[in-house]
Design a protein. Structure first.
Length: 255
C-alpha cells in the first residue's frame, strides 16, 4: 500500500522548468494533484509524473482532493471519475465553481472511454480526459501539453481588447464581460470564446477549433466541441445566439 500523503511519498528530482516563477526565489516545480482510490494506479502516475519533474501529491478520495486544492491549489489535477462518497464529477464541479480553484486545469480519468463519461466531465469544466486503461507516457504528454499551453496564455501580453456586440474580452486579464457582467468561464470555454470572437463572421470547423484551443495533438471528437459550445451558449443566456452553428462546417461568432 502506498501513502496518499504527499509528505511521505518519495519524489524524483526535477529536470523540467516549472510553469511559475515566484519573484526572486528558486523556480517552483509545477504541482500536480492526483486523485484516485486505487493505490497501484496512484503510485504508477506519481512515479511517472515525478520523473518528468512535477511536484506530485496523491490523495485517495474526493474530500481529500477538495481540501488539498483549496489549501494549496495545484497547477493541474488528474482526477478519477469513480471515487467513493464525493465522485470525480462532483469534485470537478466544486473546483470550477470556486473562485480560488476554478482556473486549476483538470484531466479526468474515465472508464473505457465511454462518451457519456467524457461529456459529463467536459460539461462540468474538465479540460481534458483520458480513458482507462491508459499509457503513463500518454498521460505525461497530455499533462505537459496542457501546462505548456496554460503557461503560454498566462505569459502572453496582448495589447488590444476584443469588443464585439455587447461582449468585451480582456485576454491579458483572462476576463470576458457580457453586457457589463463578468462571465464565469472555464479555461477551455474562455479560449473557445476568444478564438471565435476574434474573427466575427468567420466559420471554423470543429477540427480547427480543437487545434486552436486544445492543440493539434488533441483527439478530435465532434461531441467534445459541441459540449463546450453548448456550455458557452448557456452561460451567455439571451446572447448565446451570437455563437452560430454553420451547418456542414462548424461554428462562427455572429458578425
Amino acid at each position: 500500500m502506498i501513502s496518499t500523503d504527499s509528505r511521505s511519498t518519495p519524489r524524483a528530482e526535477a529536470t523540467h522548468m516549472p510553469t511559475r516563477n515566484r519573484g526572486l526565489q528558486e523556480p517552483v516545480k509545477p504541482r500536480v494533484l492526483v486523485v484516485d482510490d486505487e493505490d497501484d494506479l496512484l503510485e504508477l502516475v506519481r512515479y511517472n509524473l515525478a520523473k518528468d519533474g512535477y511536484d506530485v501529491e496523491c490523495v485517495g478520495s474526493g474530500e481529500q482532493a477538495l481540501q488539498s486544492a483549496r489549501t494549496n491549489p495545484p497547477d493541474l489535477v488528474v482526477l478519477d471519475l469513480m471515487l467513493p462518497a464525493v465522485d470525480g464529477l462532483e469534485v470537478c464541479r466544486r473546483l470550477k465553481a470556486d473562485a480560488k480553484t476554478r482556473d486549476i486545469l483538470i484531466v479526468m480519468l474515465t472508464a473505457k472511454g465511454e462518451e457519456a463519461d467524457m461529456v459529463a466531465g467536459l460539461e462540468r469544466g474538465a479540460d481534458d480526459y483520458i480513458a482507462k486503461p491508459f499509457s503513463p507516457r500518454v498521460l505525461s504528454a497530455r499533462v505537459r501539453a496542457l501546462l505548456r499551453r496554460d503557461e503560454s496564455r498566462r505569459l502572453e501580453e496582448r495589447e488590444t481588447t476584443i469588443e464585439v456586440h455587447e461582449l468585451v474580452i480582456h485576454p491579458g486579464r483572462h476576463e470576458a464581460m457580457l453586457v457589463g457582467q463578468l462571465l464565469e468561464l472555464t479555461y477551455t470555454e474562455f479560449a473557445l470564446l476568444m478564438f471565435l470572437a476574434k474573427r466575427p463572421g468567420w466559420a471554423f470547423s470543429r477540427a480547427q477549433i480543437v487545434d486552436a484551443v486544445k492543440g493539434a495533438d488533441y483527439p478530435v471528437t465532434e461531441r467534445s466541441v459541441d459540449v463546450q459550445v453548448a456550455g458557452l451558449r448557456r452561460k451567455m443566456g439571451d446572447h448565446g445566439h451570437y455563437i452560430e452553428t454553420v451547418r456542414g462546417v462548424g461554428y462562427r461568432f455572429r458578425k
